[in-house]
Design a protein around this ligand. Structure first.
Ligand code: KG4
Ligand code: ZN
Length: 374
């Protein structure tokens, strides 16, 4: 999704008044459907149904792709029915059907994409496939007044950590990204190291409550591109704090026992370092690419420490921060329908042969002259 893809990038920011779009989301481990209506320039969410598969994957401490696809097959139509029912809407009233068709687990994406195509085809309405990562950035616009463009976008999810320059809702380019783990992935892995289980991010967030964030000093990566992120060193440092530093022959201090109090301290220390890095890079990006609006999205925006620090950053920088409501932080279909509204208003839709794809369309434009990252 490049800036050049749309002639007038802000043209798509105008919505088609009264249009009703059904969104479907099955990219990972949530089966979701939502109906969103364009009302006086606002994306009004009429229903937002999410069926979580946490119980299916919990005992494996991570998502098992084949089990996820099977659960989507069982759940997708009941979830769509419920979304239509709660929105007091019938299939005949829809102006389009949209799906997050990339990125994600290919078997899971296939289920939602097939369902959305079948519904659009049988009602004779446009079908739209949208990029799930780009859709996360619309989450803070749902049910709220239109935003002023251009915007800086920050996506912090389980699979992506991106800073983006956005000329409009459908036109964006990556200006910073993680060179290893995504921040949500780092939270999940840290939670495993601390024995907190699955889903890791929310459990680590909760565990940090009574912890002392000064207990352990964990590092923040320094990279050649100051807008890029790295979380693998932080993760390794946490592992060493728990298990001890691997010995090179010289005697090393044994790690402190992993008592509940120590777990809370390590959780708070990890969270401070991870959130601190996100805030530092976002502040730098705002200085390098000044914009009136800061759009943020992705599961990690549910983190209370990050929410508080983003709010403080927005005050310092004087930007309109769009922090999504909790229901729209983690995976949901309202953001899918929301992004589809902007594309539909710009006169776009997709052919029924559009294939799901495991990768995001958000292309990283590498500077050929830039030295490789450390
Ligand atoms: O956006 P999302 O629902 O799925 C992806 O697109 O990846 O993000 C899921 C990620 C997971 O890594 C999860 O641990 C993290 O968001 N997450 C959190 C919190 N809630 C969800 N991380 C930190 N604190 C939270 N409260
Ligand atoms: Zn997501």
């Amino acid at each position: 999704m490049h800036a050049s893809a749309v002639q007038d990038p802000t043209a798509s920011a105008q919505l088609r008044e009264g249009a009703l779009i059904l969104g479907i989301e099955t990219s990972c481990d949530e089966t979701a459907a939502s109906v969103v209506r364009a009302e006086g320039g606002v994306l009004r969410v009429l229903s937002n149904i999410v069926s979580s598969q946490n119980a299916v994957h919990e005992r494996f401490a991570g998502v098992v792709p084949e089990l996820a696809s099977r659960a989507h097959v069982e759940r997708v139509l009941p979830v769509v029915h419920l979304a239509l029912e709660q929105a007091h809407c019938t299939l005949d009233a829809l102006h389009a059907v949209a799906v997050g068709h990339r990125p994600g687990l290919i078997g899971s994406l296939l289920v939602g994409t097939a369902a959305a195509k079948a519904l659009a085809w049988c009602r004779g309405v446009p079908f739209l496939g949208v990029d799930h990562v780009a859709a996360h950035l619309v989450a803070g616009v749902l049910n709220r007044p239109a935003v002023q463009w251009p915007a800086l976008g920050l996506v912090v999810s389980g699979g992506h950590t991106h800073l983006l320059w956005m000329d409009g809702p459908c036109s964006m380019r990556v200006v910073g990204r993680t060179i290893d783990d995504a921040v949500g992935e780092a939270f999940d892995k840290a939670a495993v190291v601390l024995g907190l289980g699955y889903p890791g991010g929310p459990r680590l967030d909760a565990a940090s409550d009574q912890g002392d964030a000064d207990a352990v000093k964990l590092p923040t990566a320094k990279l050649k591109n100051p807008l890029n992120f790295s979380f693998s060193g932080l993760k390794t440092s946490l592992l060493y704090a728990v298990r001890g530093v691997p010995s090179t022959g010289a005697p090393t201090k044994p790690p402190l026992p992993l008592t509940p109090e120590r777990v809370r301290d390590l959780a708070a220390s990890f969270q401070r370092a991870a959130v601190g890095q996100v805030i530092q890079r976002t502040e730098r990006a705002l200085a390098a690419h000044p914009a009136p609006t800061l759009l943020v999205g992705g599961g990690v925006t549910a983190n209370r420490c990050l929410r508080a620090q983003l709010t403080a950053l927005a005050e310092r920088a004087g930007v309109d921060l769009r922090l999504p409501e909790m229901a729209y932080c983690v995976d949901n279909a309202a953001m899918i329908a929301g992004l589809a509204h902007y594309r539909l208003a710009a006169g776009e839709h997709d052919p029924l042969w559009l294939a799901p794809c495991p990768y995001s369309s958000l292309v990283v434009e590498e500077d050929p002259a830039a030295p490789p990252e450390a």
